[in-house]
Ligand binder design. Structure first.
Ligand SMILES: [Zn+2]
Length: 248
């Protein structure tokens, strides 16, 4: 499955691939109808995506099943004590949403970027939340960037800025040290792992009153986003929000 996905991903990164052949779902291989909101997902695939529609956690965007207060936090965020103000996410990191993130992160699957943005845009209020914000991608350490060749969060930020009103993308953060892969660490170690891992670049040209929206592909424990937000707070930024494409 993984090898097949790699091959199809390579082919679909070429725009010419779309011209002479019908679009197919990268999950099932079935043709995608022309009127679908997605380019590479059928309606059956899309139904497997668990969108993060309201009501949701005020700071990470995880959906609540039932009624919730407007500023209610999930138990995880209560424990995290985020220094950022508000957050949104697109969908739970399951099924096709998870497949797309893995494709983007590890297989150069740039064709899923518009799919992930289209997915998030189906959550009421997601794009409105971004309006007028300065989108700041979570940076990779230079060593990881050299290995991957791109920062998926920056690519997502650029695609989101095209869909939302009045947004700009500014890469004003730098990762100052190489950190272990977060997915292999327990929660308390993830927080420790990310402490002081980010700095704000000099001469960024922004005002402390600008609304910053940190952009990352996935909200996992929130420790990476919280560490970025702390670095921004230390430099005087007063309004920091976050937006991710998936939550898992
Ligand atoms: Zn939360």
């Amino acid at each position: 499955m993984e090898d097949r996905l790699k091959v199809s991903t390579t082919l679909r990164t070429c725009p010419l691939w779309d011209l002479p052949f019908p679009k197919e779902s990268f999950i099932s291989g079935k043709p995608v109808p022309e009127n679908s909101p997605y380019r590479y997902l059928t309606q059956d695939d899309a139904r497997q995506i668990i969108l993060a529609k309201p009501p949701h956690c005020h700071t990470c965007g995880h959906p609540f099943w039932g009624d919730a207060a407007e500023d209610q936090q999930c138990p995880h965020c209560v424990e995290l004590k985020p220094v950022f103000a508000e957050g949104r996410t697109g969908a739970l990191m399951k099924g096709p949403a998870r497949d797309m993130i893995i494709d983007l992160k590890y297989h150069n699957g740039f064709h899923v970027i518009p799919e992930l943005v289209a997915m998030a845009a189906q959550c009421p209020g997601y794009l409105d939340f971004l309006d007028g914000g300065i989108l700041v991608p979570v940076p990779l350490h230079w060593f990881r960037f050299a290995g991957r060749g791109y920062n998926q969060s920056q690519k997502l930020a650029l695609a989101l800025a095209e869909r939302a009103n009045g947004c700009r993308v500014k890469s004003i953060l730098r990762r100052t040290r190489y950190t272990s892969t977060q997915t292999k660490l327990q929660r308390k170690h993830r927080v420790k792992n990310m402490e002081g891992a980010f700095q704000v670049k000099r001469n960024h040209g922004l005002s402390p009153h600008d609304r910053i929206i940190l952009i990352d592909d996935v909200f996992t424990t929130g420790s990476t986003l919280n560490s970025c937000a702390k670095a921004l707070l230390q430099k005087g930024f007063q309004h920091i929000d976050v937006a991710t494409l998936c939550h898992g």
